[in-house]
Ligand binder design. Structure first.
Ligand SMILES: NC(=O)c1ccc[n+]([C@@H]2O[C@H](COP(=O)([O-])OP(=O)(O)OC[C@H]3O[C@@H](n4cnc5c(N)ncnc54)[C@H](OP(=O)(O)O)[C@@H]3O)[C@@H](O)[C@H]2O)c1
Length: 243
């Protein structure tokens, strides 16, 4: 059970059960945030992640929500507030990542990417701005937002647009709320691929190695804590966006 005494800051992290989202939850918990860990299908992993946070002395409660459902998504921030009584930070990390080109790719693939990767972060940001007196939002993009490769066209366009939304929200929600983004490069292989999949890709990266989930968590924490930064994107990608 969460034991937040309402003096501790609270962070909502979407897709917090596994991988990058989980690392962000742990890093924020270690920095003193109580964690509202959102998940969708990974209920078991979410409870395991929450237990790891308790073991390290942190506070965490889990919240299930299908972010493809905009109405359910609208209820998420109020549910967190009911549990913790306050909300100070939002990290939009949950995402889907499926192949589709411009010529080939069903409209269903487009709809799902735009619902989960763009509309849900928008609904949560709007809700956050409505309920939170002040705070900070970090959206997770992708280093490829600086390019126009179309192998994952729907995914990439949803992330590019989330990047634009980050800047617009930074203007509209200022001065109460800061909005920034982290654009990861090669961190973890897609769940369907083995880690060897990344070895070939990293040779093209200026720093010639992949990054870690902790690198991403570190960048998120920096943006949450640095109170004179808004509308920024940190490319946490070993320089990949430069080439
Ligand atoms: N991995 C990388 O190297 C990399 C590179 C560039 C950018 N990124 C970005 O970094 C972020 C995290 O990456 P990741 O690889 O850790 O992500 P991931 O494993 O692909 O997905 C993170 C979570 O998104 C959640 N999600 C998917 N569909 C959902 C839905 N309909 N409703 C609610 N939640 C949903 C899933 O939660 P459940 O499991 O609970 O269903 C999943 O665990 C993403 O935004 C990704 O685009 C990652």
């Amino acid at each position: 059970m969460p034991k937040n005494n309402r003096t501790q800051k609270v962070a909502l992290v979407t897709g917090g059960a596994k991988r990058i989202g989980e690392a962000v939850c742990r890093a924020l918990a270690r920095s003193g945030y109580s964690i509202a860990l959102h998940y969708s299908t990974s209920g078991v992993e979410a409870e395991q992640a929450a237990k790891r946070i308790y073991k390290e002395g942190g506070v965490c409660a889990t919240f299930a929500c299908d972010l493809a459902d905009a109405h359910a998504t609208e209820d998420l921030v109020p549910c967190v507030l009911e549990e913790f009584g306050r909300l100070d930070a939002l990290v939009n990390s949950a995402s889907i990542f499926e192949k589709s080109t411009l010529a080939e790719g069903s409209l269903d693939v487009w709809d799902r990417h735009f619902a989960v990767n763009l509309k849900a972060p928008y609904v949560l940001m709007r809700s956050f701005a409505h309920y939170a007196k002040q705070g900070s939002i970090v959206n997770i993009l992708d280093t490829h937002v600086s390019r126009s490769k179309t192998t994952y066209a729907a995914y990439l366009l949803s992330k590019k647009t989330l990047g634009e939304l980050t800047k617009m929200a930074a203007v509209e929600f200022a001065p109460r709320i800061r909005v920034n983004a982290v654009a990861p490069g090669i961190i973890l292989p897609p769940a369907s691929q083995k880690s060897g999949y990344l070895d070939r890709l990293v040779r093209q990266v200026p720093l010639q190695r992949k990054g870690s989930v902790e690198n991403i968590a570190h960048a998120v924490l920096f943006l949450l804590e640095n109170d004179y930064v808004t509308g920024q994107v940190i490319f946490e990608d070993g320089g990949e966006h430069l080439i």
